[in-house]
Write a protein that binds this ligand. Structure first.
Ligand SMILES: Cc1ncc(COP(=O)(O)O)c(C=O)c1O
Length: 1004
């Protein structure tokens, strides 16, 4: 795409340079990103028997509806929003930087930004429909293979939130798998932030930690003490976690640590940086000691994107899966892609091992993670392929060259020296200084350089003043010159001779990683073909219920990529990252207004993590009142699997009490009252999805909340369905104590083939002081500063959460303004109600007795008993009927609705506000045509889909004979679309129907 310089009408704003012409994208420039015209909206309102958008909510209690406008600014015209975003981004002061630390930064190959523009890859949903998602599946397969190549681990998942979360999940997995009791031994040389996240998660659970001390003379673990600890209590240690490169940037003795764990049969978890495992780098973890470690965890964000003020991150998790070691795999968290065959024996890929996941196992799931960081895995794989063996080797060599150079300069100065110079390091450089490190870092900043990070406090009892510098392929010759000038200027010359050890060979990789290499053209062409195998909500209604597949504005992605946002390091001094802090502050304040609640945390990175934040807040609140014994969580049976899995993760596995639904699909008040009476004394709280998963507003929500509060409990609202009520219902008035907003649903963050998602949790006054992470406040001089809430429960992310997504949500809200938020929800509800009105005459609806209850943003269709019988006779058993009907939607160019959740025989449809009436009408015609096929030609249901690149996938065999990685020597060969998705969307519905029938030698 060429660059478009566009001039704003406002004389105060400078022109913006967009890499696309917004006028070419009609959805992009429509007001509030709502494509339907006023005539469309009137016609739809007429069809549902209403005259105004506000009538859509007339069945809800009027006192709960916002009566005043939200405290958001007026909406901005497109170019003014773009200029505003650019202005804020320019408030970031980007200096040559030697900060790496918690989040290393390396060059990202330009192919990443090209692939990020392939919308069917970046905006599609989790590949639950493999026949229409081979694009995403292949990209993840590539990631698994390449990471397997680097680490030597056969099973790499795609993917957990970030390094800290991956360590937590690895610990849970190790304990589940080996069933060893007792505390986990953590190296105290891990990052404090990682340890802090683990401690936050462990609160209120049976997870305990012991810290293995750091030796103040070497800067790495005290191996003698560690060995003694293991000798004394090996029987009671459930796992050992240690870093390859520690928080001071020094190399730990990984062979020794791995062998020690093995000696005592303790599962070992190594925390690694995959970038450093390329050829010329560090030893891969499968080679640590005699047998390698059992699990790996680490950060891989820097393989995919720049720092982006800390996120989206990419948690790396790996386990062994070979002839000697298979047993851990079924206990692991996260998603895997496996090789498969379709019914015509074509090679293809599919998600495997999902029987471990929350949507099936609920509180017994191996993790509560649902939306993950999938798209980062897509682009990390592409980045690694584009750099290839030589590129990565070169990057490491450049980093090491710069480091060596700077180390030599430092050895020539007085007042600064290499610290622990007898301990090997790799691409970090630890120095000790005589003056206060804060002063020194300030001095460097004044000379235009981010010199490093003060790490003095990382060795308890240490009196050295320590600064860590990190090196990568990002630092230019000129950056090094600025650094040298600073050193020469600041420190006097030294005459003494100094030296540093080089890393011994046993800590290094001894064989090439042998990554494949491809040309840029070959790769881009390949990824374009992959994109063609998927579909995107750009092109038409993507009716996946509960997932809110709305249009994702290009403006948001452009804004997130602005250097002031994407290049900002989360540990840079606050004075230099005012742009990112301003965005976080605004988002924080706007979400207070949108929810009507008192406080907000922007730290959580997905809905499920928001749920965990909520329950941990409840735990802290009860503890603060001396009521830590409250351990019962009420959850409606129809809730999303994450609610149960989250409650288990938070420590309530044995306290989950299921609530029944009444015949209208809402919480059954009698059942609720019985349960609350039974558990009053121990009630921790309740989790309610509202509107619920049947698309119905829980009209008794306030009453339920009142009773929960009277019993001393708290109320969590799963806000996955906020797209129906945002800016309309004041959550404080219905008694909500905590709610998550999924930014990847309501707030237009692309789904990325499964993630990165993002979340914002808003809380009532009761919970404000306990919020996790840091809050932002605006000072009198207009600057932004962060602070920790008084009784903060801790942290859920090593930095600021998925910051890049906060920029996207901010950009969206600039375009919506105060009027746009409720209008967005209203049109989403209108679109659903309109379709419901058209389709309910053709399909039975669920819940079976809720026919007359107005639907909100989504609704559920089902089949009649006669239809099920017909399908059974045509060879489609009842258990397969609904999933197979879903496959027919693929034939008409649409994604399938959500099948079998929350009703086993349901097709849940959520159109969102993004489509015009003609688009919705075409979709409705397709759904009606599908019904005709079921009734009159049931034979075609069993063979669906017909026009996708592959036929139905044999998931059973793929799960039985798991193949999770292989050595990549060439790019996997690809199937071809039998009819291109865009061509399907352009065909008449009757034409598609007759083509399906022709395949069966039938005619209409
Ligand atoms: C109702 C509901 N709750 C919770 C979640 C979990 O949210 P996330 O996937 O962002 O973790 C989902 C996800 O689809 C959902 O639909």
């Amino acid at each position: 795409m060429s660059t478009h310089s566009l001039t704003n009408k406002s004389p105060n704003l400078s022109p913006v340079h967009l890499p696309y012409d917004p006028e070419e994208y009609p959805r992009e420039t429509s007001r509030h990103y709502i494509s339907a015209s006023d005539e469309d909206l009137s016609a739809m309102l007429q069809k549902v028997g209403l005259s105004r958008l506000s009538d859509l909510y007339s069945h809800l209690p009027p006192k709960k509806i916002f009566t005043e406008a939200l405290s958001l600014p007026e909406e901005l015209p497109y170019l003014e929003a773009a200029a505003e975003l650019e202005n804020i981004s320019k408030k970031t002061n980007l200096l040559p930087s030697f900060i790496g630390d918690l989040l290393p930064a390396w060059q990202v190959h330009p192919i990443v930004s090209e692939i990020s523009k392939l919308r069917p890859l970046s905006t599609s949903y989790t590949p639950y429909q493999p026949e229409r998602s081979q694009g995403t599946l292949v990209t993840h397969w590539i990631y698994q293979c390449v990471l397997s190549n680097l680490t030597g681990f056969e099973a790499i998942n795609t993917s957990l939130y970030d390094r800290s979360a991956a360590i937590f999940e690895a610990i849970c997995c190790a304990r589940r798998s080996r069933k060893r009791p007792g505390p986990v031994l953590l190296a105290n040389s891990l990052f404090e932030e990682d340890i802090s996240l683990l401690q936050t998660h462990a609160q209120g659970t049976d997870l305990e930690f012991e810290l293995a001390p750091v030796d103040a003379t070497s800067g790495r673990l005290d191996y003698a003490r560690l060995e003694k600890m293991l000798n004394e209590q090996h029987g009671s240690i459930s796992a050992l976690v240690f870093p390859q490169v520690n928080a001071l940037g020094l190399l730990e003795e990984v062979d020794q640590l791995s062998d020690l764990a093995m000696k005592w049969n303790i599962p070992s978890i190594a925390v690694i940086d995959p970038m450093l495992l390329a050829t010329g780098g560090l030893k891969p973890p499968n080679r640590f000691g005699q047998h390698g470690v059992d699990f790996i965890a680490g950060e891989a964000q820097h393989l995919a994107i720049p720092p982006s003020f800390g996120g989206p991150g990419l948690g790396l998790f790996g386990s062994r899966f070979n002839d000697q070691s298979k047993k851990d795999l079924r206990n692991t968290p996260g998603r895997y892609i496996g090789k498969a065959k379709d019914s015509q024996n074509r090679d293809c890929f599919v998600m495997v091992l999902s029987t471990r996941e929350q949507h099936i196992r609920k509180e017994k799931a191996t993790s509560n993670v649902c939306s993950n960081q999938a798209f980062l895995a897509t682009i990390a794989g592409a980045n690694l392929l584009a750099k290839g063996e030589n590129g990565l080797k070169h990057s490491l060599a450049q980093a090491m060259g710069s480091r060596k150079q700077v180390a030599e300069w430092i050895m020539q100065r007085d007042g600064i020296q290499l610290a622990f110079s007898d301990t090997p390091a790799f691409n970090d450089l630890l120095v000790s200084v005589e003056e206060d490190p804060a002063q020194l870092l300030k001095g460097a900043r004044d000379r235009g350089i981010h010199f490093g990070i003060d790490v003095s406090s990382r060795i308890p009892g240490n009196d050295k003043k320590l600064i860590k510098l990190s090196f990568s392929d990002l630092q230019s010759e000129q950056d090094l010159t600025v650094l040298k000038e600073f050193l020469w200027d600041y420190f006097p010359a030294s005459s003494s001779k100094k030296r540093e050890v080089v890393p011994p060979t046993h800590l290094l990789r001894n064989k090439p990683a042998n990554l494949p290499s491809f040309s840029h053209d070959e790769l881009i062409n390949y990824y374009e073909q992959l994109a063609n195998l998927n579909i995107s909500p750009d092109d038409g209604c993507y009716p996946l219920g509960s997932c809110t597949m709305k249009y994702n504005p290009l403006l948001n992605d452009w804004a997130a990529g602005l250097a002031g946002f994407s290049q900002a390091h989360p540990q840079a001094p606050e004075e230099d990252v005012q742009g990112p802090l301003e965005v976080l502050y605004q988002i924080q304040e706007w979400f207070k207004s949108i929810t009507g609640l008192a406080g907000v945390t922007t730290q959580p990175v997905a809905g499920a993590q928001g749920e965990l934040v909520g329950l941990k807040l409840f735990q802290a609140y009860h503890l603060s009142k001396g009521e830590g014994y409250r351990n019962i969580v009420l959850i409606p049976k129809s809730a999303h699997g994450t609610n149960f899995a989250t409650a288990a993760t938070a420590g309530y596995a044995s306290g989950i009490v299921y609530l029944q639904a009444n015949e209208n699909g809402m919480i059954d008040l009698n059942d609720f009252r019985q349960k609350i009476d039974q558990h009053r004394k121990n009630l921790c709280g309740i989790m309610i999805t509202n509107p619920n998963t049947s698309g119905i507003f829980e009209s008794d929500f306030s009453e339920i909340a009142d009773e929960v509060h009277k019993a001393g409990g708290l109320v969590y609202m799963d806000g996955a369905n906020m797209n129906a009520i945002a800016g309309v219902i004041n959550l404080s008035k219905i008694g909500v104590d905590a709610v998550h907003n999924n930014l990847h649903k309501t707030w237009t963050i692309p789904h990325g083939g499964g993630g990165p998602g993002d979340a914002i949790v808003a809380v009532s006054e009761r919970l404000v002081d306990f919020l996790p992470g840091r809050q932002i406040r605006k000072e009198e001089d207009g600057s932004f500063r962060s602070y920790l809430p008084e009784k903060s429960i801790g942290t859920f992310h090593r930095n600021w959460g998925n910051f890049g997504h906060k920029v996207r949500a901010y950009s969206y809200l600039l375009r919506l303004g105060k009027e746009g938020v409720p209008r967005m929800s209203s049109v989403a509800v209108l679109s659903a109600r309109y379709l419901f009105e058209v389709l309910r005459y053709h399909y039975p609806t669920l819940p079976a007795h809720a026919g007359k209850i107005p639907r909100m943003h989504e609704f559920i269709l089902t089949l009649s008993e006669q239809d099920f019988v017909k399908l059974e006779k045509a060879g489609v058993p009842k258990s397969q009927a609904i999933p197979q009907v879903g496959k027919l939607f693929l034939d008409f160019g649409f994604h399938a609705p959500t099948v079998a959740f929350p009703e086993v025989f349901g097709l849940m449809i959520e159109p969102t506000e993004s489509y015009t009436k003609p688009e919705l009408d075409r979709f409705a015609r397709a759904v009606i045509a599908i019904k005709d096929l079921i009734e009159n030609y049931p034979i075609v249901v069993g063979s669906a889909p017909h026009f996708t690149p592959i036929d139905r996938v044999d998931e059973v065999t793929a799960n039985r004979n798991l193949c999770l990685s292989e050595t990549l020597t060439h790019l996997p060969s690809l199937p071809v679309n039998r009819i291109q998705p865009k061509a399907l969307l352009a065909l008449e519905i009757d034409e598609i129907k007759s083509r399906i029938l022709q395949l069966h030698d039938l005619s209409i």
